[in-house]
Design a protein around this ligand. Structure first.
Ligand code: AMP
Ligand code: TRP
Length: 335
């Protein structure tokens, strides 16, 4: 069975972009693939996180994965900091990565822009991501478009390590579907929907109540004209809303155009709010069920044990190739 690995940061609310760009895709893979999904808390602390809030955010992220339909019997769900091999392989790969290539990472440049001081961890963040992926002999990495450059770096590091020290890591492929891998802000269709946006009207959170969803969609910016047609260049705001409609309903873009022909933006937005509510309400219900069941610590512990088994074998392989001490074999560590 091919292996899938992906991660989401526990850094605040999850929004429709995360849901369609990542989480719902993860669910699609769970039948037929051996899936590992990781809550990447070590990535989150590259910027300050309030230690009082972080545990809740980690828990909430895990609960939303489950609420979106991930079945812990079929997939391995775990928290990154519970599996020590991630930080260890990251250091090893930092010694293979170059300062120059990390300086070219656009996400780092964006996040560092205008800041007086950023952590070294923010700079080496893509190397930790490469370690996450390579530790599981991953075949496929489902991510949003913004992560493509990081997966390419991961492939470069794997190739360099393999050619320097001998075949060690499997070469992963990103999985970035053309459609829905970049949901845009509801307030500015030139920007991606992002939880770091200071304007909460720009995104729909997975926990937004119905009336909030209706309000945010009503306030969403539109383009000139009044027709519901999919023209991403000329009508980026409507194209984004149509994308969300298509993802919620499974309808094709021509079907949506036809359905709303002769109708205006107000009608479309009203229907859009309905379909988003229909998509998110069951997720919110399942979130509450999982939270009340108290099963989460058990699910995450089982996940960490399994993740440790797999990743410690790959870490051992890398340490062997490097000639590092294996007096204490990572696969034999008590966990
Ligand atoms: P993040 O919340 O930035 O850690 O992202 C978690 C996952 O959601 C990653 O795979 C991202 O590529 C994806 N993602 C984040 N924002 C969006 C967006 N606006 N549209 C589509 N996918 C997104
Ligand atoms: N960097 C990714 C993001 O911000 C999260 C992430 C960390 C990830 N490790 C990963 C995604 C490994 C895929 C595979 O969205």
């Amino acid at each position: 069975m091919k292996r899938v690995f992906s991660g989401v940061q526990p850094s605040g609310v999850l929004h429709l972009g995360n849901y369609f760009g990542a989480i719902r895709r993860f669910v699609d893979f769970q039948d037929g693939y051996d899936c590992y999904y990781c809550i990447v808390d070590l990535h989150a602390i590259t910027v300050y996180q309030d230690p009082k809030e972080l545990p809740k955010q980690i828990q909430d992220t895990a609960l939303y994965y489950l609420a979106a339909g991930l079945d812990p019997k079929k997939t391995t769900l775990f928290v990154q900091s519970d599996v020590p091999c991630h930080a260890e392989l990251s250091w090893i790969l930092e010694c293979v990565a170059t300062f120059g290539e990390l300086s070219r990472m656009t996400q780092f440049k964006d996040k560092a822009e205008g800041k007086e001081s950023v952590s070294a961890g923010l700079f080496t963040y893509p190397v930790l991501m490469a370690a996450d992926i390579l530790l599981y002999d991953t075949d496929i990495v489902p991510v949003g478009e913004d992560q493509k450059q990081h997966v390419e770096l991961c492939r470069d590091l794997a190739e360099r390590f393999n050619s320097r020290y001998g075949e060690t890591f499997k070469m992963p492929e990103p999985f970035i579907p053309q459609f829905g891998s970049r949901i845009k802000s509801l307030q500015d269709p030139n920007k991606k929907m992002s939880k770091s946006d200071p304007d909460p009207n720009s995104y729909i959170s997975l926990d937004d109540p119905k009336d909030e969803i209706v309000k945010k969609i009503r306030r969403a910016v539109t383009d000139s004209g009044r027709e519901i047609i999919y023209l991403p260049e000329e009508k980026p705001a409507i194209a984004n809303l149509m994308t969300i409609y298509a993802l919620c309903t499974g309808k094709s873009l021509p079907e949506i155009e036809q359905h709303f022909s002769g109708k205006g933006y107000a009608d479309f937005k009203k229907d859009l709010a309905d379909v988003v509510i229909q998509e998110l309400m069951p997720v919110q219900e399942r979130y509450k069920d999982y939270r009340n069941s108290g099963d989460l610590p058990h699910i995450l512990r089982e996940g960490a044990v399994k993740a440790n088994q797999v990743s410690s074998g790959v870490l051992k392989r890398a340490k062997e190739r490097l000639g590092l001490s294996l007096l204490i074999d990572p696969t034999q560590r008590k966990f």
